[in-house]
Design a protein around this ligand. Structure first.
Ligand SMILES: Nc1ncnc2c1ncn2[C@@H]1O[C@H](COP(=O)(O)OP(=O)(O)OP(=O)(O)O)[C@@H](O)[C@H]1O
Ligand SMILES: [Mg+2]
Length: 376
């Protein structure tokens, strides 16, 4: 039997736990044409949820054409235009009438189209001379989608990346184009919370209040433990409750890490799983990752490293400048700790998660957190 605990790309509804509420919301919005901003910590399941939504749209035959574009690797407007055209080409079936129309449209831009030998994904090279041409092409792509008499959902993953482009006014330009579309709705997704919030709720910014916010929290503990236990059971393996609890606790119920630990436990399991086996699997994972963890030490300043260890030892920290926390770990004065904290958040090593208005800090990598906790 294949390992049911995936920690890479989305596979199927059966291997995806819950998110029913969020799914319903996203589906309703896509059908009504409302735009959504999806924000959550890294590796909690944003991209997975997008693919779960696309799966639902397809299997339930909802009248929406879903298109996914990940702009994480884009560095400029030029990249954006290219990546978007590749995404559209990938999403539209080549032989469908809309696919043919798109092909024609793209060809009018005189591109060089090649196919990746490994993935057979299209790679499009456009020779756009200047910003005006790039903007026109972007507008052309989106207007093309808008004029197909079918609803389109364009999910843009890692949307905050547009803030890294050297061109100015990208947001305003995009917003102007998007405002004039009737049949395309958007799902903007990102993990850099501050940036995403600024883009969509900064009063002076073009996307101000143009979308509905959806935040993904951790999966419900009861639902998640049922999910885990049922998949072990299906494979004829009996997992003790204590062992499931241990898994959820040790990984702080952070989806990627929980999935990975479950995956390793599943590989090691024969007929039954108890806490001891889970502990063995955890040791195995930390050993495998320890070479990478060691490198952090060289990349960080002493202050950053010490704060990292302190947060790791606490697991989560809500009052980061409290006297008690600072004294316990000899961290120095509050303002310098705040500066260090900001730098660790910017480096994506520490996560800020806001629960009911309060910021809670933890390490982005739960395994690194457990490793530091044990080693120091
Ligand atoms: N509800 C779920 N049930 C089971 N597995 C899940 C669920 N959500 C996510 N996963 C799995 O957890 C892993 C991390 O999820 P995903 O990549 O979607 O996170 P993300 O929030 O997009 O992360 P990043 O910010 O790094 O892009 C993936 O392998 C995904 O398949
Ligand atoms: Mg993602």
């Amino acid at each position: 039997m294949d390992n049911p605990f995936i920690f890479r790309a989305y596979k199927s509804k059966e291997l995806f736990c819950d998110r029913q509420e969020e799914l319903k919301k996203l589906l309703t919005n896509a059908l009504s044409g409302a735009d959504t901003t999806l924000i959550a910590q890294r590796r909690i399941g944003k991209t997975g949820l997008i693919f779960r939504l696309f799966d639902e749209i397809k299997t339930e035959k909802k009248p929406i054409i879903p298109i996914y574009v990940d702009i994480f690797a884009t560095r400029s407007l030029d990249d954006l235009v290219r990546t978007l055209s590749e995404a559209i080409m990938t999403a539209l079936p080549e032989k469908s009438s809309i696919g043919k129309k798109f092909s024609k449209f793209i060809k009018s831009l005189r591109p060089i189209i090649t196919y990746d030998p490994l993935t057979s994904m299209p790679q499009i090279q456009l020779t756009l001379q200047n910003d005006v041409e790039r903007q026109q092409t972007l507008k052309g792509l989106l207007t093309f989608l808008d004029s197909q008499n079918e609803k389109v959902l364009l999910a843009i993953d890692e949307f905050q990346q547009i803030r890294e482009y050297p061109e100015t006014n990208v947001e305003a330009m995009l917003r102007t184009i998007i405002q004039n579309l009737n049949n395309v709705s958007f799902l903007y997704c990102g993990s850099k919370r501050h940036m995403m919030l600024d883009i969509f709720s900064g009063e002076r910014n073009p996307f101000y209040r143009s979308t509905e916010f959806l935040t993904l929290q951790k999966l419900d503990p009861i639902v998640y433990s049922d999910f885990i236990e049922s998949h072990f059971k299906k494979a004829g393996i009996n997992i003790e409750h204590d062992a499931t609890d241990y898994i959820l606790d040790w990984t702080q119920r952070h989806t990627y890490f929980t999935q990975r630990l479950c995956h390793t436990v599943f590989d090691m399991a024969k007929k039954k799983v108890d806490v001891d086996l889970v502990k063995k699997a955890a040791v195995e994972i930390l050993q495998a990752d320890s070479a990478v963890f060691g490198q952090y030490h060289q990349l960080l300043t002493a202050g950053q490293w010490n704060l990292l260890i302190a947060i790791a030892k606490e697991g989560t920290v809500s009052k980061i400048t409290s006297r008690q926390f600072l004294l316990k770990y000899h961290l120095g004065n509050p303002s310098s700790v705040l500066r260090t904290l900001t730098s660790l958040i910017e480096k994506n090593i520490v996560d800020e998660n806001v629960v009911e208005g309060n910021s809670i800090y933890s390490l982005n990598d739960i395994f690194l957190s457990r490793w530091l906790e044990e080693k120091y």
